[in-house]
Every structure is written in structure tokens, then in C-alpha cells.
Design a protein around this ligand. Sequence first.
Ligand code: PLP
Length: 418
Amino acid sequence: MLKNRCKAFFEYIAGARSQEIYPYFRPISRSWGTEVEVDGRRLVMVGSNDYLGLSHDPRVHEAAAAASRCLGTGPGGSRFLCGNTTLLEKLEERLAAFVGKKKAVVHVTGFSTNLGAIPCLLTPNDILLVDRESHASIFQGWKASQARLVTFSHNDAQGALKKLTAALPRQNSATILLITEGVFSMSGDIGALPDLMRLKDHYPNLSFYLDDAHGLGVLGPNGRGTAAHFGLTDRVDFIMGTFSKALASIGGFIAGDDTEALEYLRHHSTPLIFSAALPASNTATVLACLDILEREPERLHRLWEITRRVKRGYQEIGLIYSDAPSHIIPIHIGSEMKTVLFSKDLYDHGVFALPSIYPAVPKGKAVIRTAYMSTHQDSQVDHVLEVLANLAVKHRIRIGDQDMRKPGRKKENVPVFR
Ligand SMILES: Cc1ncc(COP(=O)(O)O)c(C=O)c1O
């Protein structure tokens, strides 16, 4: 019953709050990008997706304000009706050119892009083949499509081929949509694009859909994304991206060379038709960020410099961290309770980094997800490393500490915040 379910959950959250270990929904009262103010205290932010720190760039602020003055703060309706603007159409052209595709369609969030696009590309007779660790919005899009779901182990192209072969009778004309991510948001792993692309050789009906929420703006030349990073832009059929990470705004898009499919999608994606359009300020923000990305590659160089430095620092401390060659660096702890307590101690010592626990990551594989910005100062990074070094000893989370050798093996009976 709803009442019982909510009551139990409410009590559970209230218990965590009363022990002062509840880490989520922290109200930020002020942000300087790399630092934020919470409850009157200033903390160094190392969990944000504003990877290039463009949210606080004065040029971006000015572009957003000017667009608001010209077109208003709210969109006035869905794009289909009265919310479409020349600015949105300009953005679609710029995005398509930026990622190397013919056409792009903008939605009001990244989530709604997946939610709306996937059911347009699949029918209940088709197959969605997807990496198991993909984002929730992809699975919501699948549910809306009613297509058959075939999942494969994370980044396992061989496994994907086996699963697909078992699922599909020969000479089947079903469309197969293969979806994976450019950079996985929790592990920081880069999607196995070159290996997965080989599935196209076996299945001519297979379309490749890349969710590049975390790769766009960061990987590839000038941040053109993961497909460009691998030189595979022509072979990826659909590139989906969000504006809520490196592009300092909110919104999402899907781009491709199949202009007919994209025109169909523009008229059939339910979140696009039945939800309000992206406001002008958010649209102009993305355009300003694209200008900066194209002109200032040094921002990316700085992000990679900081990322390398942080990884060296984590290694010296003895932390167990993901060595994926990306800018997302999760610190592996395993135990959910231990991760929550560690995050709380970080918070008390002026570092804002949140725990990622089940269902965001597999059970028993909790992490502190850290991601730095190209605007972090060396002194801020030094401070964070110093705090981590001290607390890692206290919480016994270094390589060699008891419980830290076999991540995910130890069973825990602490259902934190599920
Ligand atoms: C891989 C992935 N896809 C889609 C989304 C949804 O994007 P948005 O938050 O912009 O709606 C996210 C957000 O975290 C994501 O990580």
C-alpha cells in the first residue's frame, strides 16, 4: 500500500537525517563554481558536472541575460506550438555541425531526449540492445517503446554479440538499436565504441545510438565528443547529448544524418510536443559555450592536467580509484554505510563530494564520485588531496586496509537510502 510504503521510507530518511548522515538534496545557497556555500559554510566542490566551469563565465552570463531580455524568461509553450525560437533552430544547426551530423533536435532535458527519442526509433517488434550500466533515462525510453530489451555486461562487445545472436532468429527484419554511453557517469569508463561498432558488420539493421552526456564538451577535438574521440562519427547513427554537464545549461539533443528519422522524431517525441520548450537563456548559454569550446581548447588541456594530478594524488594516498582514462574519478569504497560516513566527514572538512550507492552503482560497490573542473585552482586541489589523505587513514579505505581487498564481496545489511 502506498501509505505503508511512504511511511516506512519517510521514517528511514528521517532516521538518517537525525544521525546527520543524510547526504542528498543539500541546499546550496551560493555558488562560485569550484566552491559552494551550504548552511553558511564554504566548501570545495568536487562532484559537479560543470566540467569546464562555464556556468560562471561572464560571457555566458551575458549571453543568457541578453536572450532573456529579447525573448523572455519562460518559453510560453511547447516548441510545437508557440515556444519555438530562431535561437533554438540556430542551436540545432550549431550542434549538428559541432558533433559532425546533418541535423539535430533539441529537447528540454537530456532525460526527455532519451525518453522521447527511443520510442520514436523502435516499435514493439524491435530490439533495444543496451549496456547494463546505462542511464535510467534510456531504460525509461525503452519502456515507452515496448521493444524487446536485450542487455549486455558493461562494455562487453563479445557478450553483446552472443546475447543478440541468441535473441534474434535469422533473417529477422527487426530494427536493432544498440545504445551505449560515451563516458559512463558513475564509473568514468569510456564506452567500448570500436568493439561494439563491429556488431554492425554482423547486423546490417543495427543502428548505433550514443548517449554522450558526459563525453560531450570534454572528449574529442575541442570537446566534440566520444564519437569524434574515436574517429567514429560517421559510423554512429545517433548522437545524444545533454547541456546540463559541460555546456553549463539544461536541455538535450539528438543528432544524426538520417534527416527523415529526425523530422519524424521532431513531430512524434512526446516530451518535445507535450512539454514546454527550452527557455531562451538556456539556449543562448549553450551557444555561448560552443563558441568558447571552439576558441579556447586550453580549458580542456587544463581539465586533463588537473585530472592527471588528482589521479597521481589518489595513488600516493593509496585510494582505490577508477583508472579509466576520463575526467570522472570515482573513489571505490564498497560498503554503502562506510561510503556515506566518509562523505559526511569530507563535508565536515569542507569538501563537497557525494556517495553513489545502489541503484546508481551495483550493490556493495559504493563510490565517492569525484569530478574536477578546469577552473579549479591548484590550491583547491591540494586542499582536497590533504583532506582525503587524512580521512582515508581514519576510515581505513586505502589499498591494503582490511575489507578493501575484495570490493563488493562483503554482504551488508544496511539498506541506505534506497
Ligand atoms: C548518461 C546520461 N544520460 C542522460 C542523462 C540525463 O540528462 P539531464 O540531466 O540533462 O536530463 C544523464 C544525466 O545525468 C546521464 O548521465
